[in-house]
Design a protein around this ligand. Structure first.
Ligand SMILES: [Fe+2]
Ligand SMILES: [Fe+2]
Length: 327
């Protein structure tokens, strides 16, 4: 097998019912693990397949229509609800909601069982994903009127403004588990500029209720030149740092916090006993949180922040710990 050649594959959905949930990463892993010749046996280039099952979802767009018709939105706090891992729902003061990075297990099985259940069928107006890795891209699971997958540029709706900054995934695992070496073993490049496509990333800045929230995703610690200036002020920052230092190390996370000086830091991408299995190789983020000057161990999966209330805070870590919404 030529490990440097991993062409895209087409699956016959009629024979492979699970194909609707196969991600770009899974295709890569499946091709690498099973071999191109085996994978080629399911190539059906003459069959078009509907990949999305969103048409089966309950509900409709009545809430989005109501928001669309609203002229003046109430001021008030911004609500954050944590679904474990990097899945965070933000609800604007006017009631518009976005869910970032719903998770799932890798459908190829190559990366093992990470999650204890299927992602809840959360009802939201907008679902967004930062990148195509399985632990961020279950965009079919939320009951969502809109899906904005890997959106670069600007989007405005109701009292929300979202800016997507295209960048790259962290490509050198800083912890003991060198998961980025697996890409090398399959002949794929993890690092830019010739990285495999699933190592592309988008980070999102959400502006609502006077609060600017940066969703870091799994972005590299040293983004492209101009990134910091483009992002500007950040009030709430999510960062993927866990005890195994799977995506970012403690030092890399701390350096980003020092650079952006957010008022609030929300750790993500860590082992939560509510949602995540030990097989993920992740660890809790407690050690990192407790090493900070200012931190708060939250007692629920919900956090409400008003611009005026957080104005005086400085790099305060707000840690959801094992609290996560499961329905
Ligand atoms: Fe990732
Ligand atoms: Fe991830």
């Amino acid at each position: 097998m030529d490990k440097t050649s991993l062409p895209p594959l087409l699956f016959n959905g009629a024979d492979q019912p699970e194909s609707s949930s196969i991600s770009r990463r899974s295709l890569f892993v499946a091709a690498g693990a099973a071999g191109i010749s085996a994978a080629a046996s399911v190539m059906m280039p003459d069959r078009a397949q509907a990949q999305s099952t969103d048409w089966t979802q309950p509900g409709n767009n009545n809430h989005v229509l109501a928001l669309q018709e609203t002229k003046d939105f109430a001021s008030g706090p911004v609500k954050f609800e944590y679904f474990g891992h990097c899945a965070l729902k933000i609800t604007s003061p006017g009631g518009a909601s976005i869910l970032f990075d719903p998770w799932r297990d890798d459908p190829s099985g190559a990366w093992g069982l990470w999650f204890r259940q299927k992602f809840p069928e959360a009802v939201v107006d907008i679902t967004m994903s930062t990148h195509t890795h399985f632990d961020h891209d279950a965009i079919d699971r939320p009951v969502s009127t809109m899906v904005l997958d890997r959106m670069a540029g600007q989007f405005g709706f109701a009292d929300l403004k979202i800016t997507g900054f295209a960048d790259k995934h962290a490509c050198l695992a800083p912890g003991w588990y060198k998961w980025t070496d697996a890409l090398k073993e399959f002949g794929a490049e993890a690092c830019p500029p010739n990285n495999v496509g699933h190592m592309d990333m988008v980070t999102y800045l959400v502006e609502t209720g006077g609060v600017r929230t940066l969703i870091w995703g799994d972005n590299r610690p040293d983004p492209a030149p101009g990134f910091w200036e483009s992002v500007g002020r950040v009030d709430v920052l999510t960062l993927p740092v866990d005890g195994s230092q799977h995506i970012l190390s403690y030092d890399q996370g701390n350096a980003i916090v020092e650079k952006l000086k957010p008022k609030i830091v929300i750790p993500t991408h860590y082992l939560s006993e509510t949602t995540t299995y030990t097989l993920s190789t992740l660890q809790p983020a407690d050690e990192w949180v407790k090493s900070q000057k200012s931190f708060k161990m939250l007692d629920s999966p919900t956090l409400t922040l008003a611009a005026a209330d957080i104005a005086g805070r400085d790099r305060e870590f707000n840690y959801f710990g094992s609290h996560a919404l499961t329905a």
